[in-house]
Design a binder for this molecule. Structure first.
Ligand code: ATP
Ligand code: MG
Length: 648
């Protein structure tokens, strides 16, 4: 294993942070020794209509699971995100909206304005027959109205189900059907990278097969031509005009559902993850404050789409519950050019920037030129989420984007976890590129072998969480049995994440990818992420994905898919260099047996590599590729099959 460098916490950050290293150690220990006491105190960070007296009621059984937090308290998520700030922040900016086209004007929406619009929409939804507990699907571009729609649902106790605006009519329909939504909120068209996306038309197609839907509410974004269904269709602005702006927030029990969100589908059929109100708000607001070291008045930009959990927790609920200014960006990183993100940072004086490794790698490919045209002086903290970040991309993010000054928080979590679980804290945790480092307060990560034996010390295993945390999902909508089966039956008494991880001598966690992706080569367990990180060190390589395939001698062989930088030639000499770089960086055991040069990788719409498909191709078993409906570009699969290396 190559020597790992450590980046100490910058003194200036530690001095001003909410949490420094001694405080982290102390608070973490408290949270583990006395979870009830710890959460009784921190549960008070949100506004409760009726304070809770009961903190935690959790049972992780092999065939019976229930999870309740703060369960006799009452609150409201929209009240926490808006109303509680009105006395002192009415005119402060809640949302900065940056449109797709930089020539169009940005919008600044104050907490007062957000209050008025959310209240009107909430009354409008009531008028359309939506009540407490009813589901509303939201299929929107990245415009402020997406957040308004979520908050309006929360205000009246309706359960939102946001469906990513890049999904097809079929994917939308199956999610509306599963949630049995009464209303769909959409826009006429979305805009991304200068391209129009026919959201209303897609909605019309989807709703044709969704008998539960009684009304469709449409935001006029582009003014493009759409079809209209009288009696069913309503303009968003007309719904607002007709409604009163007086809508008191519904008193919700802590355990009333707040939303359903479908997972991104990297590993199979998406699951309708259900989150509830009180614990989710405590967890997301608390992680937003501590993990990003958010201080009052800072501008926070999470580049995720609201269609993913990252957008729910760190564009909408976490930041707004803390009274932060949150940026909603409609566009993409490379339109109109590769400086776009850095220009947005300068324009809106962004202090905290949170993005995904896939975006960092894509921008890194463009070189330093587009970055160095901008100042990025406002930046203080950088974050990443979604996949393991390869150390080379980490260093580029740190040195080039953050000019070596900004701590990077590599945050590991899942749709299911509601918020961040394993992460550095900027003022407390020395960083190691590629490691998500240490658990957040109250989180007990454990590693187990395939038989469920608890593994101690520096080792590698299946990542489980030994006890509940407030933001944990409560069930799969409509299928509690699948919930128990998927997450609790494998290792009874623990939540199984599905991910593999390594823990080093310092207790730092290194997520190695899905357990299904952990390789066992001649008895040595290795994460695909480690081999991929070695491959992308080669300067001709843009991206790599590694999977295992059955191998007569070694048990599993290593199959690498490699995407070269534009203009590079696919030669046997290069193939050998790639094998050698893995040997040099990790060891002879990590040498790929087969290297396929590819033009693209199968990715989900959230930008994650679907290794499940790559594995099938490597196994020469491409008949059963499974659910590919969440792929961004299904076309790449044919190309990969065509050029596979393992022909039998
Ligand atoms: P599905 O569960 O439907 O297959 P998904 O797991 O891709 O979809 P998400 O909940 O969006 O859906 O992703 C969570 C997963 O992303 C984690 O289980 C982990 O594999 C990966 N991940 C997230 N953050 C990190 C990180 N910082 N480091 C490594 N992996 C990460
Ligand atoms: Mg998952």
């Amino acid at each position: 294993m190559s020597q790992v460098e450590t980046y100490p916490v910058p003194q200036q950050i530690a001095d001003n942070a909410w949490v420094d290293e001694p405080k982290y150690n102390k608070m973490y220990q408290q949270s583990i020794d006395d979870p009830e006491g710890f959460w009784a105190e921190h549960g008070k960070r949100i506004h409760w209509f009726k304070p809770f007296t009961q903190v935690k009621d959790v049972h992780f059984g092999a065939d019976d699971v229930h999870i309740r937090w703060f369960y006799d308290g009452t609150t409201n998520a929209a009240y926490n995100c808006i109303d509680q700030h009105l006395p002192h922040k009415k005119d402060d900016t809640a949302i900065i909206w940056e449109p797709d086209d930089p020539r169009e004007n940005a919008r600044h929406i104050s907490f007062g304005e957000l209050h008025e619009e959310v209240s009107r929409l909430a009354n409008g939804l009531k008028a359309l027959g939506v009540g407490k507990g009813d589901r509303v699907s939201i299929y929107m571009p990245m415009i402020p109205e997406a957040a308004t729609a979520m908050l309006a649902c929360a205000r009246i106790g309706a359960v939102h189900s946001v469906v990513f605006g890049g999904f097809s009519p079929d994917s939308l329909a199956s999610r509306i059907q599963d949630a049995e939504a009464k209303v769909v909120i959409t826009a006429d068209e979305g805009l991304r990278g200068g391209r129009k996306i026919p959201l209303k038309q897609n909605t019309d197609e989807a709703v044709a097969n969704c008998p539960s839907v009684q009304a469709v509410v449409t935001v006029k974004r582009t003014g493009g031509g759409i079809q209209w269904h009288d009696g069913r269709d309503h303009w968003y602005h007309e719904v607002l005009e007709k409604a009163s702006s007086d809508c008191p927030a519904e008193e919700m029990s802590a355990e009333d559902p707040l939303f359903i969100l479908y997972t991104s589908g990297s590993t199979g059929k998406p699951k309708g993850v259900l989150h509830t109100t009180g614990g989710y708000l405590v967890h997301t607001s608390m992680t937003h404050q501590y993990v990003f070291d958010y201080h009052d008045g800072e501008v926070f930009w999470c580049t995720a789409d609201v269609g993913w959990i990252t957008g729910h927790s760190y564009i909408v609920y976490g930041p707004l519950a803390n009274g932060a200014t949150t940026v909603i960006f409609e566009g993409v990183p490379n339109y109109p050019n590769a400086s776009r993100h850095w220009e947005v940072i300068d324009k809106h004086k962004v202090n905290i920037y949170y993005t995904a490794p896939t975006a960092i790698r894509a921008l890194m490919r463009e070189g330093n030129g587009p970055v160095e045209k901008t100042s990025r002086d406002s930046l203080r903290i950088l974050g990443t989420v979604g996949e393991p970040i390869n150390p080379e991309a980490w260093r580029w993010y740190h040195e080039v984007i953050g000019k070596g000054k900004c701590p990077i928080v590599d945050t590991w979590w899942q749709t299911e976890t509601g918020g961040i679980l394993i992460t550095p804290l900027p003022g407390a945790t020395p960083a190691k590129p590629g490691s998500a480092t240490l658990p957040f307060f109250g989180v007990k990560p454990v590693l187990v072998d395939n038989e469920g034996n608890h593994l101690e010390g520096a080792t590698h295993g299946n990542l489980c969480i030994a006890d509940s945390w407030p933001g944990q999902m409560r069930t799969i909508h409509g299928d509690h049995e699948r919930f128990v089966q998927t997450y609790f039956s494998m290792y009874p008494g623990r939540y199984f994440t599905g991910d593999g991880a390594r823990r080093d001598e310092d207790g730092y966690f290194w997520i190695t990818g899905r357990v299904d992706d952990v390789l066992n080569v001649s008895g040595h367990r290795m994460g695909t992420a480690e081999i991929e990180s070695a491959l992308v060190l080669h300067d001709k390589v843009a991206e790599a994905a590694v999977v295992g395939y059955p191998h007569d001698l070694k048990g599993q062989g290593i199959y690498a898919y490699v995407i070269l930088n534009a203009g590079e030639e696919e030669t046997e000499a290069l193939r050998k260099e790639l094998v050698d770089i893995c040997k040099k960086e990790i060891g002879p055991i990590a040498k790929p047996d087969l290297v396929q040069f590819a033009s693209g990788l199968p990715k989900t719409r959230s930008g994650k590599i679907m290794r499940r498909i790559l594995r099938k191709i490597a196994e020469d078993d491409y008949s059963s590729l499974g659910d590919t409906s969440t792929l961004a570009d299904p076309g790449v699969v044919d190309d990969l099959i065509e050029n596979r290396q393992n022909r039998s």
